[in-house]
Design a protein around this ligand. Sequence first.
Ligand code: 5GP
Ligand code: MN
Length: 342
Amino acid sequence: YFRIMMNSTTIKELKDLLSSPKKIIIIPHRNPDGDAIGSSLGLYHVLTNQGHSAQVISPNDLPNFLNWMPGVETIKIYEKSEQESQKLLSEADIIFTLDFNILLRTGDRMESFLEKLPQDFVMIDHHQMPGDYAKFTFSDPQYGSTCELMYVVLNLLMLAPYIDTNAATCIYTGIVTDSGSFKFPKTTAQTHRIVAELLDKGVKNADIHNYLFDHNSFNKLQLMGKALQNIVLMPKQHTSYLFLTEEDLYKYNHQKGDTEGLVNYGLSIDGIHLTAFFIERKEEGIIKISFRSQGDVDVNQFARKYFEGGGHINAAGGKSHLSLEETIARFKKIVENEKIIA
Ligand code: 5GP
Ligand code: MN
């Protein structure tokens, strides 16, 4: 059915642990996306329905395009209410971490607190190379989304009856966003079977697509236009890249989430197998980079080796402390010299 780092004994152990009401904290990765928030809120609804006291704590703010999700108003932001969050974390019986593989993905501030906590962690994630901080690790990079994997895990834990319409809506959202609306290669027959079961639970799929993709601001589309104008081709290397400067972001009143998905346009060009998207974030003092690739071109390795990042084979991220110009020059040099595309 699927590969997880888990056997029936540990499934039973977690199931037993959840058989009486517990205080549970759920944590998505920093700069959370649809899959991170979808899985976190989906689990929040399920555990609440089961009788637990559950709370989602996100390391930092959510992107605007997720502000309609059921339960989103209950989420606490660690970096905005650090003391309150630390108190809640200290009092928790068990901590779920969703859609990430190492605690550092929660950011420096939250990580340094989490790594000292004595409680047991549960990891549900689909990134490569899971760390070993969790007592219960459900990790399988064959899954296209944490939400899909979590749906399977909830079934193993016999918690499927607690998946109500709200939970199903959140889980559906994560599957849609991480699969590029069912088009990325990890979308399987099982993905569609699970989606069918979610629709049976009352998910209004057309409404969700509308919330996610048809609530753009005018500024967001102008910013997208700017990013598309900024695409540069390296035809010999079957590579493209695009960028946005701090000035571009300011001019179009950039809001969190506005740049989501733009990197895919770099890869959508005929003959292009590798693309990178550079965003100048002066406030954080970094260039945030997204990588996308097709086929065997492994951007997880690429991001790990050269840009302090990681992710999946065909979708990864990283950062650079050089200037935007220097970062792009370095990227071009690496691509030209390394022959990462056969
Ligand atoms: P995105 O480009 O959409 O931000 O991220 C693509 C994938 O790479 C996601 O699975 C994301 O979790 C991962 N990713 C993005 N940035 C980083 C990073 O700085 N470090 C690591 N390890 N993974 C990242
Ligand atoms: Mn994900």
